[in-house]
Design a protein. Structure first.
Length: 324
């Protein structure tokens, strides 16, 4: 908090010092929406944004678009294969395609050509495209960054926020963006029954963060790069037990366990033995119970990997209790 406020420019300081704890504007205060549009989009303006918590944005978008019986296609594997997507779409019937770029938990990212193939497929069937873009900005190669879906598709909806790329999840500030006025109006109507409006302190702090975006983003990208540099030799050392497809974006990876072992049982065992919290793939719908979601966007990752490595050397992938 102190560090963020110290990064505030004059306009940010004025917003913070003039802070009121009354209601803010329902779609988010215009000063914040203008800053989001300027820093995150190419063709979206403040009127085409609604500021909300990211999870709230998902809830609002789905309820604004969908009715019982609508045909929806959602990500099952790490990313959409456009060639596999096309046969699933029903011209005139598919209402929505849902995906996540960069992808959580695999760290996969489609190419610009693949993104365009997905957009073209949605356009041909008349469907909407909802893309969770909260990890956008954490591409390991900035040249691979994709344009926002709301910028490049008339029925595209972009979900973004400051939690991942700027390292500010406590603000609970994200946004929905779309060029479709009817959709955005429906989102606004539904929001009257959820949060009504964003919290004023979070808006002011998010405004400051967006105006100081480069150093905050560089800090998060540095943590991610350091974490990935630590994770590579760790996986190489433990190839008897672990394998992976290296991520190209984001701050997490989906490691596969070698051998006949339950990821859920192993995560329980490693928590008991080493105090490590790792998410098993069994918590993700339609996933085999053989993968671990590991976050490498942590400043303390090397110390945690040391503990995990010691346990792997002592116990392998066994799922029993440690013995003295």
């Amino acid at each position: 908090m102190v560090e963020l406020l110290s990064d505030a420019d004059e306009e940010g300081k004025k917003r913070w010092e003039a802070l009121s704890l009354g209601y803010t504007d329902q779609p988010g205060s215009e000063f914040l929406r203008r800053e989001i549009a300027a820093t995150s989009f190419q063709g979206i303006d403040a009127s085409q944004l609604n500021v909300c918590a990211p999870q709230e944005g998902i809830f609002l978008a789905m309820h604004a678009l969908l009715s019982p019986g609508d045909h929806v296609v959602a990500t099952e594997r790490p990313r959409f294969d456009p060639q596999s997507l096309v046969p699933l779409l029903r011209p005139g019937q598919t209402k929505l395609v849902v995906t996540n770029w960069p992808h959580n938990p695999t760290g996969a990212l489609p190419s610009a050509a693949e993104q365009q193939e997905v957009i073209d497929a949605c356009d041909r069937c008349g469907g909407w495209l909802f893309v969770d873009e909260v990890f956008r900005g954490l591409e390991h190669d900035e040249a691979q960054r994709l344009p926002c879906s709301a910028d490049v598709y008339a029925k595209g909806i972009s979900l973004g926020g400051v939690s991942k790329t700027l390292g500010l999840p406590g603000l609970r500030i994200g946004w929905l963006a779309s060029r479709n006025a009817a959709f955005m109006n429906r989102v606004a109507e539904l929001k009257d029954y959820t949060s009504i409006c964003p919290p004023a302190p979070s808006e002011a702090l998010a405004f400051i963060a967006l105006r100081a975006r480069r150093p905050l983003l560089d800090r998060c990208r540095g943590i991610v790069a350091d974490g990935l540099a630590a994770l590579r030799p760790f996986v190489a050392e433990h190839t008897e037990h672990l394998e992976w497809s290296q991520p190209t974006a984001g701050n997490c990876v989906f490691l596969r366990l070698r051998g006949d072992v339950s990821a859920g049982a192993y995560c329980s065992a490693i928590h008991r033995r080493a105090g490590l919290n790792i998410v098993p793939s069994s918590l993700f719908e339609e996933c085999k119970d053989d993968r671990l979601r590991v976050t490498y966007g942590r400043a303390d990752l090397r110390a945690l990997l040391d503990r995990w490595g010691a346990d792997l050397r002592s116990h392998g992938l066994t799922c029993g209790h440690a013995t003295s």
